[in-house]
Design a protein around this ligand. Sequence first.
Ligand code: ADP
Length: 771
Amino acid sequence: MTFRSKTIIGIATIEVILLVILVVSAMGFLRDSNESQLIQRANTTTEMFMNATKDAVLSTDVARLDDLVNDIVTVEDVQYVKVVRQGITLASAGDNILLKRDVISDVDLSSVNDGVFDKRVPIMVNGDEFGHIEMGFGTESINAMLEKARKSIIGIAAVEVILVAIFSFVLGTYLTRSLVRLTHATKTLSERGPGYQINSASKDELGQLSHAFDEMSRKLEATYDELRQARKEAEYACDSKSRFLASMSHEIRTPMNGVLGILSLLEETKISKEQKQLLTTATESGNFLLSIINDILDFTRMESNTLLLENKKFNVRRSFESVVDTYTTTAKSKDLILHLYFEGSMPEYAKGDVNRLKQVMHNLIGNAMKFTEQGSVTIKVSSELKSDHCLLNFSVIDTGIGIEQDAIPYLFDEFTMVDQTFSRSQEGSGLGLAICQRLCELMDGSISVTSEKGTGSTFSVSVRLDLADDASDETNQSKSSTDDLSHLRILVAEDNKANQLVIVNMFKNVGVNIDVAENGKEALEAVTRYDYDLVFMDISMPVMDGMEACKAIRELDSETANVPIIALTAHALTGDREQFIASGMDDYLSKPVRLSQLVEKIHLFLNINGDEDCNLTQNSQVTLRKSQSEQEETNTEQSEPFPMNHDTSHLDSNLVDETVLQQMIQDTCAEVIPTLIEHYVEESRARLEKIYQAITERDAEQLEFESHTLGSSAMALGNRELALLARKIEGLCLEGQAEEAYQFIDELKDLATRSIAALEARKLKGFEQSA
Ligand code: ADP
């Protein structure tokens, strides 16, 4: 009910009640006063009439009595009169019907039931009743007057009620309008902000209320303007902070990557123990700095909403396994149990940003490892399948130092490090969890934590991923973009350090980090531990050679037995191919291998037909439009004879094949070549010593193995003549003509010295990346 209706009804109700009381009491008063007047008149008239007729009654003067009764009935209101003496009516006048009744004196108006107030007066003589007078007075005039009075009072009351109703309506409307204006003003203020004015002209209390509102709105507007300005300035400051951070991080990251690359090359050189220690510290610090820079970059991108997620197909289990695998060494060294298990069924593939998902896993598992000194770190993964998507849930549960309850609410805020004393002793920026939380939110998910100080913590993540139904999408992605190679896990088994370095750097060039096994046995162990997409296997290796390792892998009792294995061989002699196939190899490549050949094999064995030209990097534009047979031709071509060298400006073009070096620059990068050469030189010197010793000791087997290895790396680094001689010696040993082979010792010594010197001289001239 509106305020106006309430006002009207309230006032009208009070008014009506008061009027009813007034009307009732006024009518009562009128009636009472008329009644007493009537009674008094009746008493006086009958008393006077009795006195006037007393003598005529006593003397029975009927004529006089008749005159008297006829006179009295003419008096107003007298309806009848009767003079009775000792039961006999001596005279009467008036209404005959009334005269015939037995009369009892009425006391007041309430006893009147026939419209006549009856009065009986005795005529007393000497104390005895001698006769009596009966007289009736009409009450109609009183009733008519009372009725008239009632009508006019009710009329006046009705008019008053109407006037009061109108007044209360007007008052209600005025009050309501003021209140409605105030309400409207408050709503406008809350919707559009302060500043709205009522501008009421009224001076009464409601007017004052409106003025107070206007004043409040004005002041609020002024404060708001100040706040808005302050916010703008703060946002601008924050924006420039983000831009500064982003550009600084980017600027630092590029040279930092270079520093780390150089450190990794330095690690491969001959350095003292102390230097190695310093190098390790420098590398660790560099990596830490890089991780902080990456965190800051991520964070600033998230703050400015410029971080976009990919939506590509990936293998769910494998993504967890590959992350958890990277912590096995740390877990072992800290004597922690690291456990990954999948609960219930799991979609094999899903679509999302696997790298960002892995970043969240790394952060949580990394923290768990960091803050746990004993016990275990468990990763539980489960999924909920919905109609068009799935929810991937995982928890990282540790038995570490735990987190104070007070710290939990702000744990996901940026730059939070809870236990300062402990955290400071650990690496960290306090950004990790803040980034995780934002990443989870970007993946329509959430992250939460439960923890007990001293007992351990559980971080739980839930993210929404699109479903991916068949495996073909994933493969197509690899086909459409060379970046996709980065998700592959590749093993290279190679004992020769120089060759290892070349291959590692080649793969680095296309963004693939490979694992290296030093020999067949290590390769066998690696494939049983990790799930590789492809294995490149050197044939001639110490401990266990490539063919033996391949056979052992094929005999494994698991899926791993089917991993594609490609032989890397220093020379493909007739019949070798059959041997490789017989040992279970899928294919082979001749050394020195080119990056294009490695990549082509990767594409070939991951079901890519190579029907597109594929620009790997600016340095290695490789056409993959070759069939396997063409590929084999290339292998043969490269294995024997060596690529022709047309560059005659060299010290000795036969000693150092510039073409090979240029190819290597294309396949890796110019900066690494000097280090590769140093490695090769150092290793070859040691190998040559072994060769000379084998010759001295007439150890044909040793001579065959070492000259094979020398030939392979000499060929990779462009010492072409040296490689040819080494092969010749190896060939003689293979053919059982070791004695003949031993004769080449001096030639070998001389050629090796000159070849190495030529290569070192070439190194001094420097290498440049060709355009
Ligand atoms: P940081 O890079 O410093 O690890 P995070 O945001 O990842 O930053 O973590 C913030 C802080 O939360 C850590 O410094 C640590 O105090 C606390 N914390 C995170 N994970 C754990 C955990 N598993 N156990 C105990 N404390 C943890």
